[in-house]
Design a protein around this ligand. Structure first.
Ligand SMILES: Nc1ncnc2c1ncn2[C@@H]1O[C@H](COP(=O)(O)OP(=O)(O)OP(=O)(O)O)[C@@H](O)[C@H]1O
Ligand SMILES: NC(=O)c1ccc[n+]([C@@H]2O[C@H](CO)[C@@H](O)[C@H]2O)c1
Length: 202
């Protein structure tokens, strides 16, 4: 059985969820684990001197719980798919089984134990003004307070990105301004190549 972990990282509102969902639709036996599902409860996330909740850091996430999910998939991808309500479809012969885990999130390459498991790494980037615009149209829980983007989100992005670039390698940067279709086609082609490359069983 072959297993592949694909990381779809990127800036907030870079288009990670959109791309990941389309990839999942196209790749048989694939499943998504999204980092946003692991945010700690609002009440335990500290506030900085300006009153901004410190959400854009690994400390705001239950990374241990996320890693447990990833480990569960690694142990038994088929059982994981079933539990996720996604029974393996379009499987031809057992020798050809390739299970794909799509890990999606804004800080997936900043967490070393997760980053080192990835076979492929993509990072969606968009310019500051587009990012700010797209973010302003979104409602998070809790919603962004006034000034949050410039006071917390953007400075933390710059810091996290610097850290990512100093620790993670093999990241393919993608222009998030390209159309959804173009992005999907490019990543699908690249992942398909990896799926069809013979690899050591693990
Ligand atoms: N290629 C694209 N071109 C234009 N708009 C896009 C593209 N991809 C996504 N969008 C739009 O940008 C917004 C953010 O997309 P999405 O939710 O996929 O981003 P994200 O990176 O998962 O965000 P988050 O920071 O919440 O995790 C959505 O309104 C989506 O429709
Ligand atoms: N619980 C959440 O999902 C949550 C709460 C507050 C803020 N966020 C934002 O999500 C983005 C990552 O996708 C980060 O920029 C957070 O600010 C998420």
């Amino acid at each position: 059985m072959k297993k592949l972990i694909v990381g779809v990282g990127g800036m907030t509102n870079g288009g990670k969820s959109t791309l990941s969902r389309s990839l999942k639709e196209k790749i048989p036996n694939s499943v998504i684990i999204a980092q946003d599902s692991f945010f700690k409860d609002d009440s335990v996330v500290p506030v900085d001197g300006n009153g901004f909740k410190q959400f854009d850091t690994l400390d705001a996430l239950h990374m241990d719980a996320m890693m447990s999910q990833v480990d569960a998939w690694r142990r038994d991808p088929q059982a994981f798919l079933k539990e996720a309500g996604q029974t393996a479809k379009r499987v031809t012969s057992s020798a050809n089984h390739v299970f794909v885990l799509i890990v999606e999130g804004f800080l997936i390459f900043n967490h070393r134990p997760l980053n080192q498991l990835m076979n492929k790494r993509y990072f969606l980037e968009i310019p500051y003004d587009i990012c700010k615009k797209r973010r302003s149209l979104r409602v998070y829980k809790p919603p962004d307070p006034p000034g949050y983007f410039d006071g917390h989100v953007w400075p933390m992005y710059l810091r996290n990105r610097q850290e990512m670039e100093s620790t993670a390698t093999g990241i393919l940067f993608l222009d998030g301004l390209k159309s959804k279709e173009e992005l999907l086609a490019a990543v699908y082609q690249d992942v398909s190549q990896e799926i069809n490359t013979p690899r050591e069983e693990d």
